[in-house]
Each structure stands twice: as C-alpha cells, then as structure tokens.
Design a protein around this ligand. Structure first.
Ligand SMILES: *[C@@H]1O[C@H](CO)[C@@H](O)[C@H](O)[C@H]1NC(C)=O
Ligand SMILES: *[C@@H]1O[C@H](CO)[C@@H](O)[C@H](O)[C@H]1NC(C)=O
Ligand SMILES: *[C@@H]1O[C@H](CO)[C@@H](O)[C@H](O)[C@H]1NC(C)=O
Ligand SMILES: *[C@@H]1O[C@H](CO)[C@@H](O)[C@H](O)[C@H]1NC(C)=O
Ligand SMILES: *[C@@H]1O[C@H](CO)[C@@H](O)[C@H](O)[C@H]1NC(C)=O
Length: 373
C-alpha cells in the first residue's frame, strides 16, 4: 500500500515535470557545424562539389532516408526540440515558410573564425563555404524582423518574443582546430588559436543576448582525438602520442583547453548579464564516457574508435571511400557504435548527449534545471 502510494507520487511528479517542460519554449534557433546541421550543407554545397551526406545510409535509423543530417538519424537539437514539443528545426537555407518555431542555421564545416582567414593563410587548399559563426548570426539577424519585432526597450526580460526562445550556439571550434591539425600545425600552434576561437564564440553569445536572447546553450568541443578520421589522417608511429583508450592526446588536450577557457568566459558573461540563462553544454565528457566504458551504455566494446559507416584501415575510415559513397555500407547496428562516419556521431550518441544536456550531468546548469529557476 505504502509502496504503491510512493509509486504513484513518483509517477505524478514525473508527469508534472514533463508537462511543465514541454511547451516551455516557443521556438529554438541553433547555430553550429555538422554536428547540428539538418541540411544546410547539402543545400549549399551540392551545386558546387559532389556531396555524400544526402545519400544512403545517412538517415537510415530514424528518417529512413537522408535529410542532410550527418548521422544515421536525429541530431542533438532534434532531441531537444522533441523534449519541448517543438517540430524539428528546418534548415535555414531551405527557405522554409515556418520560422516562428525555430530555424537551424548550422552548416557542416562551419568555423568560429572567418573562413577567409583559413584560405588567405593557405591552411586549407580548398574553398570553404562562407558559413562561419558571424555569417550564421547575420542570417538570423536578417530574418529576425519576419519572426518577431522587438523594440530596444523590451530587449531584456521575458516580455520580448525572444525570452521564450532557446538559442543553441555550437559546437564551434572543432573545424577551426581540425583545419589547423590537418595542415600539419604543431600542438603549440593549434593551442595558440584557442583564445581567438573562444572569443569569437563569446562575442556571438553576447550579440544574441543584446538582441533579446535569454536562454543560450553554448556547446563545448568534442574529443576530436578519438575521431576515426583524425586518427587515420594524423596517425603517429609514436605510441606516446596516444592515450590509454587509443585517442590522440594532443587533439583532446586542445579540446579540453578550449572547453576550460570557454567555461571561464561564460562565467564572465553570466556576471555581466545576470538576467540571461547561459548554459555550458559539455560535448567532451559524454563522448569520453561512452568511449571509455562502452558496454556500460549499450555500445559495443572494441569498436569505439571505428566508424560504423566506412571502409578499411585500423579505424574503418578512408577519405576516398567514405560513408555515402557507392559501395560503402553501414555496420549492422549503428546504435552500438559511437562514430557514425568517422567524424560524426550516431543517433544513439546524440540521444545520450541530449539527455545529459537536458537532465544533467553534462550541462551547467542542465536545461530543465535552468527553466525551473
Ligand atoms: C533560398 O533563398 C536563397 C536566397 O534567395 C537562394 O539563393 C537559395 O537558392 C534558396 N534555397 C532553396 C533551397 O530554395
Ligand atoms: C562571407 O560573407 C560575409 C557576409 O556576407 C562577408 O562580409 C565576408 O567578406 C565573406 N567572406 C568570404 C571569405 O567570402
Ligand atoms: C516587423 O516589422 C517589419 C517592418 O515594419 C514588417 O515588415 C514585418 O512584417 C514585422 N514582422 C512581424 C513578425 O510582425
Ligand atoms: C615520442 O614522443 C615523445 C614525447 O613527445 C618523445 O619524447 C620521444 O622522443 C618520441 N619518440 C620517438 C621514437 O620519436
Ligand atoms: C582507400 O580507398 C581507395 C578507394 O577505394 C583505395 O584505392 C585505397 O587503397 C584505400 N586506402 C586504404 C589505406 O585502404
């Protein structure tokens, strides 16, 4: 009897929590790169270069067809939208007529630093789409009047129409550093870019807050040293370059440095804008956790550093035969893999990360805690 009562109280509590969370936000606007992109890269790039992200088996797990998401299914912002009873955010470049419940400005390959920098300094030998953080913010600002008109007077507080919008910024930085690593820059050189990248991100967050944003999630960087593509491209004969899991130490070190500096910078923004709810979303720890203890979380041990969809080599990744290209197949059970295509994660990982951002422990504060205070 007592047990039964306790059980129904627990259930009631869960239900009331769920209903207060759903519909809390009226819209979600996201910025970022391929971890968030829901189709923009495919729309923008496919007229200029061959693109594989719009081919099967992308999308096989959830959508049943490719959507331009760089995964087998949903990405993190999709799970966040689901939690709040909102539709999946349409990619901004699709010129969707429904903007009022959110838009996804993220584009695969996007950098924090302006793309011109990488081209001028010959860090990349190809043309990068001009989709850096500032450019994405510019797109948002251009569309703002057709979504909501806010006067300067109500730019602060819950009255303005952005007060019930959730802004998701990032991750940004992974592409900046990856371009530098794959151009052969040393750890010291790559490290020297961290303050500049973090500054770009904090200035962007500030720009959003000054336009009325109240809830801003800022995602940190992933452990790029565990990505099959980088493990292949930057393979080292020196065992000391690898950590105990088999990831490249220097890359993960720079990710952690970026995250530490970003967290500190966000602390400064919280002090400057006490009305804003700035959430640091940890994208590093959940991936390391899954990579370190795969069987605890339902992932297959032994395959954590191998791409699910790919071909050959120690990490099942080859740039000239990568996921989406003819004849390249996915593994039997993507939900047991961490890496989907050597760079991007499986839907199962996105779900795990999203849960950790919504409920903790991978966000400071967890999103649901931020809306209940
Ligand atoms: C969206 O609009 C832009 C600017 O007008 C245009 O360049 C682009 O081709 C459009 N995209 C689609 C998918 O129609
Ligand atoms: C990218 O676009 C922005 C805004 O449209 C522009 O100011 C900038 O010069 C462009 N950068 C490059 C490298 O084309
Ligand atoms: C905001 O104002 C502009 C200019 O007056 C107008 O064109 C636009 O339709 C308005 N947007 C909304 C959502 O009311
Ligand atoms: C391996 O790397 C370590 C640390 O950077 C260095 O001290 C050592 O000389 C390297 N060994 C070889 C064989 O290059
Ligand atoms: C990568 O794929 C290409 C094209 O199928 C193939 O020619 C090459 O040998 C592969 N490289 C490795 C290291 O397996």
């Amino acid at each position: 009897m007592e047990l039964k009562l306790a059980f129904s109280f627990a259930l009631l509590f869960c239900l009331s929590r769920a209903s207060s969370a759903s519909r809390y936000f009226t819209s979600i606007y996201s910025f970022g790169d391929s971890y968030v992109d829901a189709g923009n890269f495919v729309i923008m790039a496919s007229s200029t270069v061959p693109v594989w992200y719009d081919k099967p088996p992308y999308g096989m797990t959830f959508f049943g067809h490719s959507t331009g998401r760089m995964s087998d299914g949903r990405v993190i912002v999709d799970f966040i939208a689901e939690e709040f009873g909102l539709p999946f955010l349409p990619p901004s470049q699709a010129n969707s007529s429904t903007l009022s419940q959110g838009l996804n400005f993220a584009v695969g390959g996007a950098t924090a630093i302006d793309t011109g920098f990488f081209e001028r300094n010959h860090i990349v030998s190809f043309k990068i789409l001009n989709t850096s953080l500032d450019v994405q913010l510019g797109w948002f600002e251009q569309l703002k009047p057709s979504i909501c008109n806010t006067t300067k007077d109500d730019a602060k507080g819950d009255k303005n129409c952005w007060g019930k919008s959730l802004f998701v910024v990032g991750e940004f930085g992974v592409n900046d550093y990856d371009f530098l690593w794959t151009a052969g820059k040393s750890k010291q050189e790559v490290e020297s870019f961290v303050p500049r990248v973090v500054r770009k991100i904090t200035v962007a967050v500030e720009r959003l807050i000054n336009q009325g944003a109240v809830y801003v999630i800022v995602a940190g960087n992933t452990p790029t040293g565990c990505a099959p593509a980088l493990l292949t491209l930057l393979a080292s004969p020196n065992r000391t370059d690898y950590d105990g899991i088999g990831c490249l130490r220097a890359l993960n070190h720079v990710s952690r440095q970026h995250n530490a500096l970003l967290r500190a910078a966000l602390e400064g923004l919280r002090a400057k804008y006490p009305h804003a709810k700035i959430i640091f979303a940890d994208f590093y720890s959940p991936i390391i956790q899954l990579t370190q203890e795969p069987d605890r979380f339902g992932f297959a041990a032994g395959g954590v550093l191998k791409a699910c969809c790919g071909t050959g080599g120690a990490y099942n990744w080859n740039a000239s035969a990568s996921c989406g290209m003819p004849g390249v197949a996915a593994c039997r059970d993507p939900s047991a893999s961490v890496s989907w295509d050597g760079i991007h994660y499986t839907e199962a990982v996105h779900r795990y990360v999203a849960e950790g951002w919504l409920h903790g422990p991978y966000a400071d504060p967890p999103i649901l805690a931020a809306i209940h205070h």
